[in-house]
Design a protein around this ligand. Structure first.
Ligand code: CMP
Length: 140
């Protein structure tokens, strides 16, 4: 298995509860390395652009409101089979369905305030990384 990259967001529900370190620790213990990280307040334009694939969904407006409601930490994670490794440690989108020991089971408040985002494919990881980071900001 190759070492690859994925994209992660620690969402406003987690930064509000001061869980940036706790979430990052779970990512690291899952074998992922944080090779880029920055705390930002997403603009409405960034949130709408990032989640454009969901723009027809009924929850799109609320999702944009939530993602701009407080600071987030955007990260590039590196590891063996990083996309799958990250999705495994995040757990299911809805914390009610997430397995024990996952980030969302441990920390998420709801399907919307679900603590973390992670890319769902290598192709999307590349697009999402480029949305927030220049190559010079990624230092393995
Ligand atoms: P994320 O991985 O960031 O990608 C899209 C987000 O939309 C998802 O996590 C959830 O936080 C959110 N989402 C998905 N389904 C719903 C839903 N039914 N209601 C509210 N938010 C949702």
């Amino acid at each position: 298995m190759a070492v690859t990259r994925t994209f992660s967001i620690i969402k406003p529900d987690a930064t509000r509860r001061n869980l940036t370190g706790a979430v990052t620790k779970m990512l690291e213990e899952a074998g992922l390395r944080v090779v880029a990280s920055k705390r930002i307040r997403m603009t409405r334009e960034q949130a709408e652009g990032f989640y454009a694939v969901h723009k027809e969904r009924p929850f799109f407006g609320e999702l944009v409101e939530f993602m701009t409601s407080g600071p987030v930490v955007v990260q590039v994670l590196e590891g063996v089979d990083a996309v799958k490794r990250n999705r495994d440690v995040m757990g299911a989108t809805n914390p009610a369905d997430a397995a024990e020991g996952t980030i969302r089971k441990t920390h998420a408040e709801s399907i919307e305030a679900n603590t973390v985002h992670g890319s769902d494919s290598e192709e999307n990881a590349k697009i999402e990384i480029e949305f927030f980071f220049g190559e010079d900001e990624i230092v393995g």
